[in-house]
Design a protein around this ligand. Structure first.
Ligand code: BDP
Length: 344
């Protein structure tokens, strides 16, 4: 056996320690996540929980920095395109703008598709929702769907009261970057407007560029839009889930075992977000009501009129209905979703 003098042993130990720390440092990867919502919003909290879990489970090999408030990309389409190019690793976005890149995504956000939140969650957690997450990657979009988050139901809010479809006539309403959502406003008699980021809606209303927008209680309140457009009508035209996306190009650079950890951690944050969502939804509604906004509840006939506008032939769609134009290709998925609803 070779006997090392103490000094030589120490030198070897120091060299080994140095090599180790260099190896650890160079193996750590820092990735960015883009989020349009502010600190404290349910999806931002879920992004941060995702980052925490990934760092813990990869033992520090992967660190995710969450950029909230649209600091990186104010428009979700910008974040989506950056992920396709491999310039951004993750983004939490609404499923709405994703439809421009994965058209099948419209099938899970058709207007008046779900009876309630439980119906939507049974679909998203079941085969249809899980297949749709896989479709994001399989479609060749360059994106990977990691998990769904709750975003409640969307409602119109405007600078004058809307109590019926007739009141929508001539209103310029900001929608997300999704052709179906533009047409949804158009078949109701208004004009759908895109190209305005969610953090710019408030000023677009105060400047008169638009007469209103549409969103859930938390976004309406958190973005301050309720102060600019104090009429909120509970028409609940659509439930659009949120989706946590990754860049396929960025994931392909990582160790496959770490990619599995990332996918698992994302799934684990879904329930976390849903709890935060339920709390925020109630709190936001209270703030808006306390502020004195006019909350219009539609009677059954008026509600049915909004619903009917989605399936009736429309002149603005050349005689087609919105469901025909955007749903025909995915009729099997839509029928399967409706069938799940029979239990609710
Ligand atoms: C909110 C979504 C957010 C969207 C926003 C919008 O949480 O991802 O960017 O709607 O309307 O409900 O743009």
């Amino acid at each position: 056996m070779e006997v090392f003098p103490m000094k030589k042993l120490l030198t070897l130990a120091v060299a080994a320690a140095l090599t180790m720390s260099v190896a650890v440092a160079s193996a750590a990867t820092t990735l960015q996540l883009s989020e349009v919502h502010a600190e404290g919003y349910p999806t931002t909290l879920a992004d941060q929980e995702f980052a925490r879990l990934v760092e813990e489970r990869t033992e520090g090999r992967i660190k995710i920095e969450v950029y909230s408030g649209g600091q990186l990309y104010g428009e979700e389409t910008g974040a989506i395109e950056a992920m396709q190019l491999g310039d951004l690793a993750f983004s939490r976005v609404s499923a709405s703008p994703v439809s421009s890149y994965v058209p099948a995504m419209n099938a899970i956000q058709m207007p008046y598709l779900y009876k309630n939140a439980d119906h939507m969650w049974a679909v998203l957690d079941g085969e249809i929702g899980q297949n749709m997450l896989e479709e994001v990657e399989a479609s060749g979009s360059g994106l990977v769907g990691l998990c769904w988050y709750d975003a409640g139901a969307r409602n119109f809010y405007t600078t004058k009261q809307v109590s019926s479809v007739a009141d929508m006539a001539g209103l310029k309403i900001r929608v997300q970057n999704n052709a179906m959502m533009v047409d949804m406003v158009n078949v109701l008699g208004g004009t759908g407007v895109t190209g305005i980021g969610p953090n710019e809606v408030y000023s677009a209303i105060t400047q008169g560029t638009i007469d209103g927008a549409e969103n859930n209680w938390p976004t309406y309140q958190n973005m301050g839009d309720y102060e600019a457009a104090p009429y909120f009508v509970l028409d609940e035209h659509t439930r659009v889930p949120e989706i946590l996306l990754a860049s396929a190009a960025v994931l392909s650079e990582l160790d496959p075992a770490d990619v599995e950890i990332i996918k698992q951690c994302a799934k684990e944050t879904q329930e976390f977000e849903k709890e935060k969502w339920a709390e925020k939804e109630a709190e936001a509604e209270q703030i808006v009501r306390d502020h004195g906004c006019t909350i219009t509840e539609l009677d059954a006939d008026a509600y049915a009129e909004f619903q009917a506008a989605m399936t009736e032939p429309s002149d603005v769609l050349g005689g087609q209905s919105l469901y025909e134009k955007y749903g025909a290709e995915y009729q099997d998925i839509i029928d399967a979703i409706t069938a799940v609803g029979e239990d609710y």
